[in-house]
Ligand binder design. Structure first.
Ligand code: BGC
Length: 770
C-alpha cells in the first residue's frame, strides 16, 4: 500500500516527484475518452522507469498463444489491444542538454489530474546538468467532445539562462506491447507525410490489418506571441519528428501547443483515412487550444451531472469514488456497439484490453444508472453481434444445434483464454450475459429489446445449459459436472451452486420470454425460431424438467447453500485465524494447497444471492453471508463490493464500510501492489455499486426504483445521481433524512424505505431516515 497521493475532492495530486512510483502514477493519471487513451507518460524524454502506453479502443492483434501443455479446444491466439503510436512526445534540449527528469535535478514537482474537467497537468523546475534552470508547465487532454483528438500545451520558462532551445515534437509508431508473447512488434508502416507544421503516420496492424492514422500539428509562441518555425524533418520507419530551434533570453516563456489525432479504419475507409485525419487535425488546430479545451471540459461537466457522487465529511472517500467514476467514464462512452470495457481500460496492458464477464456482472449497472439508455444497450448489442461466434465456440467444444458458449475473454467474439479450468469450465459467464439482458430490461423497462436481440442470445445460452447439464441416475436429479465457479480457487468441481443457479434461472427466464414474445412480438419470435431452427415444443420439455429437478448442494445442518458437492470435506478455518503472512494466498501458497483449502477468491454462492436477492429471506441471506464471508480472501478486486452490498442489506454497516474501503482507493493507494500494470477499471464499477446499491440501497423491482439508504458513520452525508426511465434523480442522504430531487420532465415511481411514492417532474421530496 502506498500513501503518496494527496487527498483532494476533485483532483488526484502527486506533490514532489516519486520516480520509484512512476509506473503507478502513469496508470493512475491516465487519460481516455472511450475511443483512445494513454498512460500518463511525460511529453519530454524520460530515461527512468516508464511504460509508454497509448491505446485505441478496438484495435487489436491476435498474439499467438503461449501455453505449456496444449489442450484440444484452446484458442490459437490471445487478442491484445495494441500499444499504439505515441503522439504526445516533445523532446526538449536546452543549450544542447536533453531535458530528462531522470537526469536533471527536479524541484517543486506537481502532477495533477483534474477529474472534474478531464485535464492532466504537471509543473516543475529542473536544473539540467549544464546548470540551466527551467520551469515547465504542461497540460493535456484527450477530447471528450471530439473522440479522435487531443491536445497539449507545454511551456518552458528560462529561469536563469539564455541560449537555444531545441524543440522536437514527434510521432512514434514504432512501439511494442510489453506483454507481447514472442517479443514481436505488431505494427507496420503504411505511409508517413510531413507538412510545414504537421506530420502523419499511417500504420497497419499485422494480421488484423487495422489502419490507424496518427497526426500532429503544432503552434509555437514566445512570450505569448506566435513564432514562425522552420522545422527540420526526420523520418525513419514508423517515426517522424520535426526539430526547430528558438533562441531565448532569461525570463522568456516558450510555449508549444501540440494537437494530436488518431483515426482508425474501424470508422473510416483505409483509402481516405489520411485525408480525413488531415481534415480533423486542421479543424482542431483552427479551433485552437482554448476552444477545444472548453468543449472538452463542458462534456466532462455534463458527464458529472449524471454520474457524480458527493461525500461530505471524508475527503479520501470522496476522491476515491470520483476517481472510480472518472475512470469508468474515460473507458467506455457507449457510442459504438463493437467496443467494450477491458479490465484495465486505457491504463495498461494486462488482460489484453479484452471483454470479460465483468462487463455484464459489474459494469452494466453503472452505465444503466448514469448514462443514456443506448450506452448500456450497446453493451448488450455487443454480445448479440457475437452470438454466431459464441455458437462456433460451443461447436469447438462439442456442443451442437445452436448452443452458445460466450468466451471468458474476447474481443471479436472468439475465445482468447487458454487455461482449461477457465476456458472450458468457468461457464457461469454465460449466465452473467443472460442476466445482463434481464437486468437491462428490469432497469429500463425496454422489454422490446427481447425481440429479436435478447431472445436470440437467451436461446443460444439456454441450449448450451441444456446440453451441458446431465442426468444422474444415482441422484435422480440433473447435475453439472466439471466446472469452475467465480471462485477460481476451486477448479473442476461438480455442481457449483452458482453455476447451477445461473443455468436454471436462464432456462426459466427464457421460457418466460418465449411466452412474452408469443403474446407481444409473435412475428419476431417466429422468425428467430425459424432462423435458429427452434422447435419450442420438443426442446423445452427437458428445459422444464431441469428447472424442476436440478441438484443444488445444501447443508441441512447449517442451512446454507454449498458452493459445490463435497465443500464440507474441507477444513473450515476463517481467514482471520490464518497468520497474515500467508496472505495474499496466491503469492504465498502452492496452487494445489489453495485448491484444497476452503478459501474463496471472490463471491460465488454470494454472487447469486446478490443477483437473486429477492428470492431468499433475510435469514437465508444472513446464514450464507456469515458462513462464506469469513472464508473469503477477496483476492479478486471484484470481490469486496458484492460482499459490501450484502453486508449493507443485512444491516452490517461497519462490515459494509470496511469492505467498501478495500476497493474505493484500490488504485490510488496501490493497495494490491499491482497498479503499475494498470487500474482495476471493472472493479471500479463494483465500488460505485457499493455506494449506490450498498449504502443507497438502490434496487429496481416491479417497475419501481427502491431506495433504502443508510449513512456510514464516517460520513456526514452523501448524494448520488441516477437516471431512471427518463427521470434524472439526485438522492441526498444525510443522518436525519433522504431528499430526492427530480431534475427532469418525467415523474418517477419510487419505493423509499418500503413506502411507495411518486415523485413528479421537477419536484423534490423528503423522507425521514428512521
Ligand atoms: C477474476 C475474474 C475476472 C478477471 C478480470 C480475475 O481475477 O477472478 O472474475 O473476470 O479477473 O477482471
Amino acid at each position: 500500500m502506498k500513501n503518496y497521493i494527496v487527498h483532494d475532492n476533485w483532483k488526484v495530486i502527486e506533490e514532489g516527484f516519486h520516480p520509484e512510483f512512476n509506473l503507478i502514477s502513469e496508470s493512475v493519471f491516465s487519460l481516455g475518452n472511450g475511443r483512445m487513451g494513454q498512460r500518463a507518460n511525460f511529453e519530454e524524454c524520460y530515461s527512468g522507469e516508464t511504460l509508454q502506453g497509448s491505446y485505441i479502443a478496438g484495435v487489436y492483434y491476435p498474439d499467438k498463444t503461449r501455453v505449456g501443455w496444449w489442450k484440444n479446444g484452446y484458442p490459437e491466439y490471445f487478442a491484445k489491444v495494441l500499444n499504439a503510436a505515441n503522439w504526445i512526445g516533445i523532446n526538449i534540449r536546452i543549450n544542447e542538454v536533453e531535458l530528462d527528469l531522470a537526469k536533471a535535478s527536479i524541484h517543486s514537482f506537481r502532477r495533477e489530474l483534474d477529474m472534474q474537467h478531464g485535464l492532466l497537468s504537471r509543473k516543475f523546475e529542473a536544473v539540467l546538468t549544464n546548470n540551466c534552470r527551467v520551469r515547465v508547465e504542461s497540460e493535456r487532454f484527450v477530447s471528450m467532445a471530439n473522440p479522435e483528438a487531443g491536445a497539449i500545451r507545454y511551456s518552458l520558462t528560462a529561469l536563469d539562462f539564455g541560449g537555444v532551445i531545441d524543440i522536437q515534437p514527434y510521432i512514434d509508431a514504432d512501439v511494442k506491447n510489453k506483454d507481447s508473447n514472442y517479443d514481436e512488434k505488431f505494427w507496420e508502416e503504411v505511409t508517413t507525410q510531413n507538412h510545414p507544421e504537421s506530420a502523419f503516420i499511417v500504420a497497419e496492424t499485422k494480421k488484423t490489418a487495422f489502419h490507424v492514422c496518427t497526426g500532429m500539428k503544432y503552434k509555437v509562441f514566445l512570450n505569448g506571441k506566435p513564432v514562425e518555425v522552420n522545422p527540420e524533418f526526420a523520418t525513419r520507419e514508423k517515426y517522424v519528428s520535426h526539430t526547430f530551434q528558438i533562441t531565448v533570453k532569461e525570463g522568456d516563456i516558450l510555449t508549444i501547443e501540440k494537437y494530436g489525432v488518431n483515426l482508425s479504419s474501424q470508422f473510416h475507409s483505409k483509402e481516405k483515412i489520411l485525408d480525413k485525419a488531415f481534415d480533423v487535425l486542421e479543424t482542431v488546430y483552427d479551433q485552437g487550444y482554448d476552444a477545444l479545451r472548453k468543449e472538452h471540459t463542458e462534456s466532462w461537466l455534463n458527464k458529472w451531472e449524471g454520474s457524480d457522487i458527493l461525500i461530505e465529511g471524508d475527503v479520501a472517500a470522496q476522491q476515491g469514488i470520483r476517481f472510480n467514476i472518472f475512470q469508468l467514464n474515460q473507458t467506455y462512452t457507449g457510442d459504438d456497439a463493437h467496443l467494450n470495457i477491458g479490465p484495465k481500460g486505457f491504463t495498461g496492458e494486462k488482460y489484453g484490453g479484452s471483454t470479460y464477464w465483468d462487463t455484464e456482472a459489474y459494469c452494466l449497472p453503472f452505465y444503466l444508472s448514469t448514462a443514456p439508455q443506448n450506452v448500456s444497450r450497446n453493451l448488450l448489442i455487443y454480445r448479440y453481434n457475437q452470438l454466431d461466434k459464441a455458437i462456433e465456440n460451443g461447436e469447438k467444444l462439442g456442443f451442437t444445434h445452436g448452443a452458445a458458449l460466450y468466451p471468458m475473454v474476447t474481443i471479436n467474439g472468439e475465445e482468447c483464454h487458454n487455461e482449461w479450468e477457465i476456458t472450458f469450465e468457468e461457464i457461469h459467464r454465460n449466465g452473467a450475459i443472460a442476466f445482463g439482458i434481464y437486468n437491462y430490461i428490469r432497469y429500463t423497462g425496454d422489454a422490446d429489446y427481447l425481440a429479436p436481440y435478447g431472445f436470440e442470445v437467451l436461446l443460444g445460452i439456454s441450449r448450451f445449459w441444456n446440453q451441458r447439464i446431465t442426468f444422474s441416475e444415482e441422484r435422480q436429479k440433473y447435475v453439472m459436472l466439471g466446472v469452475t465457479g467465480p471462485n477460481e480457487y476451486e477448479n473442476n468441481v461438480n455442481n457449483n451452486w452458482h453455476t447451477n443457479k445461473m443455468a436454471v434461472w436462464t432456462l426459466k427466464y427464457t421460457l418466460e420470454v418465449i411466452d412474452f414474445l408469443k403474446k407481444n412480438h409473435l412475428q419476431s419470435y417466429q422468425s428467430v425460431a425459424e432462423k435458429r431452427a427452434f422447435d419450442e415444443k420438443t426442446e423445452t420439455v427437458r428445459w422444464k424438467d431441469i428447472v424442476e429437478r436440478m441438484h443444488f448442494p445444501y447443508d441441512e445442518k447449517r442451512k446454507v447453500f454449498l458452493q459445490q458437492d463435497g465443500f464440507l470435506d474441507k477444513e473450515i478455518v476463517p481467514v482471520a485465524e490464518l497468520n497474515p503472512s500467508n496472505l495474499p494466498l496466491n503469492q504465498h501458497w502452492s496452487w494445489d494447497r489453495i485448491l484444497r483449502s476452503c478459501y474463496i477468491k471472490q463471491a460465488d454462492v454470494l454472487q447469486s444471492l446478490f443477483w437473486f436477492e429477492e428470492e431468499y429471506d433475510t435469514e437465508t441471506h444472513q446464514r450464507n453471508f456469515d458462513f462464506y464471508e469469513p472464508i473469503t480472501v477477496h483476492e479478486s478486486s471484484l470481490s469486496p463490493c458484492v460482499h459490501s452490498i450484502l453486508a449493507a442489506s443485512l444491516g452490517k454497516h461497519d462490515k459494509a464500510y470496511e469492505l467498501y474501503q478495500r476497493s474505493a482507493r484500490l488504485d490510488l493507494d496501490d493497495y494490491n501492489n499491482d497498479t503499475e500494470d494498470g487500474c482495476h477499471i471493472t472493479s471500479m464499477a463494483g465500488t460505485w455499486m457499493s455506494v449506490v446499491y450498498g449504502f443507497g440501497g438502490l434496487r429496481v423491482l416491479n417497475d419501481k426504483l427502491h431506495l433504502n439508504p443508510f449513512i456510514p458513520k464516517q460520513w456526514k452525508s452523501f448524494c448520488f445521481s441516477v437516471g431512471y426511465r427518463g427521470a434524472h434523480l439526485k438522492i441526498n442522504v444525510s443522518t436525519d433524512k433522504i431528499k430526492i430531487e427530480n431534475h427532469s420532465g418525467v415523474s418517477a415511481e419510487l419505493m423509499i424505505k418500503g413506502k411507495a411514492l411518486k415523485l413528479e417532474a421537477g419536484k423534490e421530496l423528503e423522507v425521514a431516515m428512521i
